[in-house]
Write a protein that binds this ligand. Structure first.
Ligand code: PEP
Ligand code: MG
Length: 551
């Protein structure tokens, strides 16, 4: 068995035989044309028009977001500046095929250099060029294979024209070797709920017909899977199917132990969708959105308006707001102005707020005012707390402003290890597993080369979480989880077994976690957690938990 890593889109899992996308056409030669420039231009024009009409027709058939994408591609094909570029090359005596190949390639380079969204559109341009060249040569355009049975489609990066017309009964999953989370493959996979792992560089080695498991939740493609692995993947896929159609109930274990399932939100506007998906409140409201796009801090009034909007969406429900977490992956010009060699270890989170205390005071003022104007149960917490002294500082200042429930995020190993002292004073703890993992494993969470270390299943991370869970039990204080770990259904069970009393996650993950919790009692959860804790590493902790959960 080999695991190929990429970026998973969604939480699904699927299995099936690989079918590879046809390779692109060989590059045309730059030998001189035997036709006149006018004849070449006319051929190209006919081919481009035919391709543009075909793309539009596919768009009409597909509808929705795909239609917009395909129509944009058709426009790209007929772009007058591209036509000029092709014309210049033909005037130099080159063939229509080569002129199209070369002109589109240079346009592609320009888009790639721009990076970001436009860079990812470069793949669309390649697709249009391939279609035009295929038409000029009178051969079929490279496209989705049809092996006559359901398959896992493996491609470099899918073009919109291909994804739009995918036969969902045949395509079990998508795997691409290129493309990021904002590529078309990813966007359309999300829209159509196709299991997908994108940017899996090593998927180049996959052979036609070989059996694979595509696990989007883990961002992994497993080759040569064992029968057990295939069975497990099948069970997970079945559980997911029944989870998404199961009635929305409050989060609970099979013995009835309540585990409130909350939402991680970044904007008040996202509240309605979270409520529709069954969020019982908010476990982490990231306030950075209000600050990120501005050159200075928003006013108390602007903040009060945003917080009031958020709290109004959850009458009678708990809403945990985190005060500004500036620095490292969320730099803010007006707070983090000094250059730092290691910003993740620098003046971030509560440290930055203390250095600019007026911003913290204004935020607490706005929160207290919004609390007074609404019926939600507001809790406020500080990010990146590393010492008992910081937790006392924040709890005191929050209470001074009338915040009734003030707590801290446990994201630094020091505060996990001293959770018993921290919880003696603060009202609650919420574990941010993203940062806690980064700091425990000393691996920058934004750095691809050390991404394998960013795995919250690591037993060192789990032991720290257990410290916090134990401290919560001793002091009778709530311990929530608000990092990505809570969205992994099996890990969610482990976290509960370690003492977490609520779980907060992206709302789309709620159904899977709800369904999995219902399969285990609190005693089961503790046994499963013990199995994970006893492992040496992240992968073995996951397998040990899986084995304990199916026993
Ligand atoms: C975390 O670190 O786990 C967390 C929830 O905070 P953020 O991802 O915003 O840093
Ligand atoms: Mg964090």
């Amino acid at each position: 068995m080999t695991e190929l890593r990429g970026v998973g889109i969604g939480l699904g899992v699927a299995q099936g035989p690989v079918a590879r996308m046809a390779e692109p056409l060989p590059a045309p030669s730059d030998a001189p044309s035997t036709l006149s420039p006018d004849e070449e231009k006319a051929r190209v024009k006919d081919a481009v028009t035919a391709v543009a009409r075909e793309l539009e027709q596919r768009g009409t058939q597909a509808g929705g977001a795909a239609q917009e994408v395909l129509e944009a591609q058709a426009m790209m094909a007929e772009d007058p500046s591209l036509e000029d570029e092709v014309g210049t090359r033909i005037a130099r005596g080159l063939t229509g095929e080569f002129a199209v190949f070369d002109a589109f390639a240079s346009f592609r380079e320009q888009l790639t250099a721009l990076g970001g969204y436009l860079g990812e559109r470069a793949a669309d341009l390649d697709d249009v060029a391939q279609r035009v060249i295929a038409r000029l040569r009178g051969v079929p355009a490279p496209g989705v294979p049809d092996p006559g049975h359901p398959f896992v489609l493996v491609a470099k990066d899918l073009a919109p024209a291909d994804t739009a017309l995918l036969d969902l009964d045949k395509v079990l999953a998508l795997v691409t070797t290129e493309g990021g989370p904002t590529s078309h493959t990813a966007i359309l996979a999300r829209e159509k709920s196709i299991v997908a792992v994108v940017g899996a560089v090593d998927a180049k080695s996959l052979r036609e017909g070989e059996m694979v498991i595509v696990d989007a939740a883990a961002g992994v493609v497993t080759t040569e899977p064992t029968t057990e692995e295939l069975d497990r993947a099948k069970n997970r896929a079945e559980d997911r199917a029944s989870a998404s159609s199961a009635p929305i109930t409050d989060g609970a274990l099979s013995d009835g132990t309540p585990i409130p399932l909350l939402a991680n939100l970044g904007k008040p506007e996202a509240a309605a969708d979270a409520v529709a998906l069954g969020a019982e409140g908010v476990g982490l409201f990231r306030t950075e959105f209000l600050f990120l796009s501005s050159a200075q801090a928003p006013t108390v009034e602007q903040q009060r308006e945003a917080y009031t909007k958020l709290l109004s969406a959850f009458p009678g429900k708990k809403v945990v707001v985190r005060v500004l977490d500036a620095g490292a992956d969320k730099p803010l010009a007006f707070l983090n102005d000094a250059h730092e060699e290691n910003p993740a270890l620098g003046l971030r989170g509560i440290r930055a707020l203390r250095a600019s205390e007026d911003i913290l005071r204004e935020q607490l003022t706005a929160l207290a005012e919004a609390d007074a104007a609404t019926d939600a149960d507001l809790w406020v917490m500080a990010p990146m707390v590393a010492t008992v002294e910081e937790s006392v500082y924040f709890t005191d200042i929050a209470k001074d402003y009338g915040i009734k429930t003030a707590g801290v995020m446990v994201e630094v190993p020091s505060s996990a290890l001293l959770a018993d002292r921290i919880l003696a004073y603060s009202d609650f703890a919420s574990i941010g597993t993203n940062d806690l993992t980064q700091y425990t494993l000393a691996a920058d969470r934004l750095l691809g080369s050390v991404a394998a270390f960013q795995d919250p299943w690591h037993p060192a991370v789990l032991r720290l979480i257990r410290e916090v869970g134990d401290a919560g039990r001793v002091h009778g204080k709530p311990v929530g989880i608000c990092g990505e770990a809570a969205a992994d259904p099996l890990l969610a069970v482990v976290l509960v077994g370690l003492g977490a009393t609520s779980l907060s996650m992206a709302p789309t993950a709620l159904a899977d976690v709800r369904a999995t919790l219902l399969q285990h009692s609190i005693d089961d959860a503790r046994v499963i957690a013990e199995a994970a804790l006893a492992a040496d590493g992240a992968a073995s902790a996951r397998s040990a938990a899986q084995a304990a959960a199916t026993r």
